[in-house]
Design a protein around this ligand. Structure first.
Ligand code: PLP
Length: 450
């Protein structure tokens, strides 16, 4: 299919996610046709370094034949069977075992879903069910964060704190509240990062007191906010949050959909920050995005109650534990482990990216360059001295993103924050290329904005 024909047929029938349908129709989609390693290729013959690992998911990189083979073998053996009503199959059994081996020691059960959003719908049902079984049915409120992202189903977007989503999809699921995010560059520069981190935790305590501890079930947060703009919290944040949750006996849900499976240099982001979550939604890197699968890892405290006292849990999806998806996910975890990918992020390419990425802080457009593991962000500013932003009408972030793409690098924009999260198998040489392309795009963006 030629590019223009593909674009026309796409425009005629395809409504894309998170897209202005009309604007896309006028511009035409970019047609991606194949990929290998850390590179994608478009229909016009361009090779592009995928600085976002698809949508933060292709952890093992593109073109891994072992994953293709795992899918093929499983599709031949048993393409589908469900896990409802007391049935199971070997891939689901093996994947559940492997996940619980990799997860923190107190997490010994997993509930499978088809996506990260479905995982968070499951979280909502599980935490409310847990407290009802504990004889505390009033504990129903879940506290999330402004600008947090937990998916696009109604429960997912309600738990998340993305205002444009709430405005379009509302009314949201009741009894969900949001507190401020630990976004120091965007919202806290009048204080030190440490003081700001503690202030954000105080906001959690204030919200709990406002709602009444007896009414609050759980706090949900990404260890590092991804879609909100690769926001790494100040070092004081998580210890202070943990203390508040323990004081008021409130469950912690660490959304590991992005941070899980090596992104931050540990198997789970929670391990990097020393969290002991009660529930961990997972997806994306679980299968390196090769097939859709998600789940919720459940800590013993919640699992024991659901198992011993819960009776039937009226919840599940046709594709919960889908055999081919489970087989691919299992092979993906085995490869991540056998190739030491997670350790490599922690000890080698993560620190290397940190060093190279930090060099971009000298650019006149960059107010802050930050990274952790293989996740990074650049804050674009109009005035480096004051950190003031460009006028919104200039859409500086989108301009930079488009320049980047044309120059051969996928770098995403969240407002005027540029973010990267490349495949975990990226080499030092490819990181050099990524940083070089990013700097070139910043230079051109500066010229276009002048
Ligand atoms: N949770 C987080 C932290 C995410 O980043 C995402 C997707 O980006 C989701 C949940 C939703 O996952 P999915 O798109 O697979 O439904």
């Amino acid at each position: 299919m030629q590019t223009q024909e593909c674009q026309a047929r796409d425009r005629a029938h395809h409504l894309h996610p998170f897209t202005d349908f009309k604007a896309l129709g006028e511009e035409g989609s970019r047609v991606i046709t194949r990929a290998e390693g850390v590179y994608i290729h478009d229909s016009r013959g361009h090779r592009i370094l995928d600085g976002m690992a698809g949508l933060w998911c292709v952890n093992l990189g593109y073109g891994r034949q072992e994953l293709v083979e795992a899918a093929r073998e499983q599709l031949e053996q048993l393409p589908y069977y469900n896990t409802f009503f007391k049935t199971t199959h070997p891939p689901a059994v093996r994947l559940a075992e492997k996940l619980c081996e990799l997860a923190p020691a107190h997490m010994n059960h997993v509930f499978f879903t088809g996506s990260g959003s479905e995982a968070n719908d499951t979280v909502l049902r599980m935490v409310r069910r847990y407290w009802a079984l504990q004889g505390k049915p009033g504990k129903r409120w879940i506290i999330g964060r402004e600008n947090g992202y937990h998916g696009s189903t109604v429960a997912g977007m309600s738990l998340g704190g993305m205002a444009p989503m709430h405005d379009q999809g509302g009314p949201c699921v009741p009894e969900i509240a949001h507190i401020r995010q630990p976004y120091w560059f965007g919202e806290g520069r009048d204080q030190s990062p440490e003081a700001f981190g503690r202030a954000c935790a105080e906001a959690l305590e204030a919200k709990i007191l406002e709602l009444g501890e007896e009414n609050v079930a759980a706090f949900i947060a990404e260890p590092v906010q991804g879609a909100g703009g690769a926001i790494m919290p100040p070092a004081s944040y998580w210890p202070a949050i943990k203390a508040v949750l323990a004081k008021h006996d409130i469950l912690l849900v660490a959304d590991e959909v992005i941070c899980g499976f090596g992104r931050l240099g540990e198997w789970f982001g929670s391990q990097h920050f020393g969290l002991e979550p009660d529930l961990m939604p997972i997806a994306k890197g679980l299968s390196s995005g090769y097939l859709p699968i998600g789940g919720v890892l459940v800590g013993d405290r919640v699992a024991d109650t659901l198992i011993e006292e819960g009776g039937e849990f009226f919840h599940g999806f046709t594709y919960s534990g889908h055999p081919a998806c489970a087989a691919v996910a299992l092979k993906n975890l085995e490869l991540l482990e056998a190739e030491g990918v997670v350790e490599r992020v922690r000890d080698d390419v993560g620190p290397y990216l940190a060093r190279r990425w930090a060099e971009l802080a000298d650019h006149p457009l960059v107010g802050e360059a930050r990274s952790l593991g293989l996740m990074g962000a650049l804050e674009l500013v109009a005035d480096k001295a004051t950190g003031s932003r460009f006028d919104k009408s200039l859409a500086a972030g989108n301009l930079c993103r488009d320049i980047c793409f044309d120059a051969g690098l996928v770098m995403r924009s969240v407002g005027d924050t540029m973010i990267i999260a490349p495949p975990l198998v990226i080499t030092r040489q490819e990181i050099d290329e990524l940083v070089r392309l990013a700097r070139r795009a910043l230079d051109e963006t500066a010229v276009r904005l002048a």
